[in-house]
Design a protein around this ligand. Structure first.
Ligand code: PEP
Ligand code: MN
Length: 266
């Protein structure tokens, strides 16, 4: 028989923060200036709870920008001090976990390309043994619910209780409207199997463009998701990764202010 998971509800993670939890920041930390100014603009909107930044970037092909590495954690820590907001970073191995925790990162997330690999997830889980961490697990790039649950179970077995899931859509071959198809039935089924788990939607990697972000964010709210992770950049067109889907902090605030929440509809 499988162990029943005891997951801490998101309401208890950061009691002062209201739902939906809004996580935003650049796909990648690029320079100190870019990261700090983007984070300060986000903080000024009053719409953001957690600042995200990719430090080590898992690029599909080589010879692309692969992230600034650990130096970016110093910039993010500075952004945290300046804004008073929490921070989130993607980790893919033991070194990333240690470095992120050393720099006061509040939320670690496991990326879609890491969730597919049980060796990597186990390495991260082992590094988290005995640590009071908060971990979000993105769905694997392929539409495999068991693999997603398996990664969550590995992190849970290490003793982590503040665990959430991020729905970022599923990869497929060929052209389509979405960069990664939402296939909403998969996160819905995950929530049915693990009712306590926090569900965050990442419309940026689902859409792959700016135009559909508001619609997908609203769809996630209608499905009672607990939060959103949306990529933002002070000058999105100049971003070194995922330029097409990033929005300015002002546009981010427009999207979040425009959301109709279930409690308002009732
Ligand atoms: C990201 O969040 O920038 C990222 C690389 O996402 P994913 O793992 O969903 O592709
Ligand atoms: Mn990205």
């Amino acid at each position: 028989m499988k162990d029943r998971m005891t997951i801490e509800p998101i309401q208890n993670w950061f009691p002062e923060i209201e739902r939906p939890l809004i996580i935003s920041g650049p796909c990648s930390a690029e320079t100190e200036e870019q990261l700090i100014s983007t984070c300060q603009q986000l903080a000024a909107t009053g719409e953001v709870d957690v600042l995200r930044a990719g430090i080590w970037k898992p690029r599909t092909r080589p010879n692309n920008f692969e992230g600034v590495g650990s130096i970016g954690l110093k910039w993010l820590q500075k952004a945290k001090e300046l804004t008073g907001l929490r921070t989130a970073v993607e980790v893919a191995n033991i070194k990333h976990v240690y470095e992120a925790l050393k720099h006061g990162v509040d939320i670690l997330w496991i990326g879609a390309r890491t969730t597919v690999n049980p060796f990597s997830v186990q390495e991260i889980a082992d590094a988290l043994q005995g640590v009071d961490a908060t971990v979000l697990v993105k769905n694997p790039i392929n539409a495999d619910l068991e693999l997603w649950i398996g990664a969550i179970e590995r992190i849970h077995k290490a003793g982590v209780r503040k665990i959430g899931a991020i729905h970022r859509g599923f990869s497929k071959y060929g052209e389509s409207k979405f960069r990664n198809a939402p296939q909403w039935q998969i996160p819905i089924e995950l929530k049915r199997r693990l009712p306590e788990i926090a569900m965050i939607c990442d419309p940026s990697h689902i859409c792959g463009n700016r135009e559909m972000l508001a619609e997908i964010s609203q769809e996630a709210m209608d499905l009672n998701f607990d939060g959103l992770m949306i990529e933002s950049h002070r000058t999105p067109d100049q971003a070194l990764s995922d330029a097409k889907q990033q929005v300015t902090p002002d546009r981010l605030a427009e999207i979040t202010k425009g959301l109709v929440l279930r409690k308002d509809k009732a």
